[in-house]
Design a protein around this ligand. Sequence first.
Ligand code: FEO
Length: 170
Amino acid sequence: MLDRKVVKLLNEQITKEFYSAYLYLDFANFYAEKGLEGFSNWYEIQAQEERDHAMLFYRYMQNNNEKITLEAIDKPGVTLTELIDPLKEGLKHEEYVTELINKIYAAAQEVNDFRTKQFLDWFVKEQGEEETRASNLITKMELFGHDPKGLYMLDNELSARVYAAPTLVL
Ligand code: FEO
């Protein structure tokens, strides 16, 4: 049996990850409406990854015989106007998710829950990568996004992203 506080945070994280998927699907839709299929593809895959993250927390809870309570998923709460808006909101959101993961990690550490810490190690690394990717996208958009040709090439680059299942298997 895991510590109650750790379990509560793990359970909440299932919903938070599904919310991330929902948020990124909103970004994908925003770009699809603008005719930027590459950006849209990039965020559709990002949304898929977030669903995977949610399922990893779900599976971890199940594997530990903990009761799962699925909560309501909020509607995407950001206003998107400029083409760069989803990229900036995406980075902000990933920084927030990093804080959430760190909070669960700290709770697990407090009670010497080595199993949960080991599970979360993958997410700690993943969050580092996600923040880097999000911030690189902003840099590229700021450099090339103002010019139609640059934007076209960037959109082409992002259309090449393909889905890869998570390297963590539970
Ligand atoms: Fe599930 Fe983008 O972190």
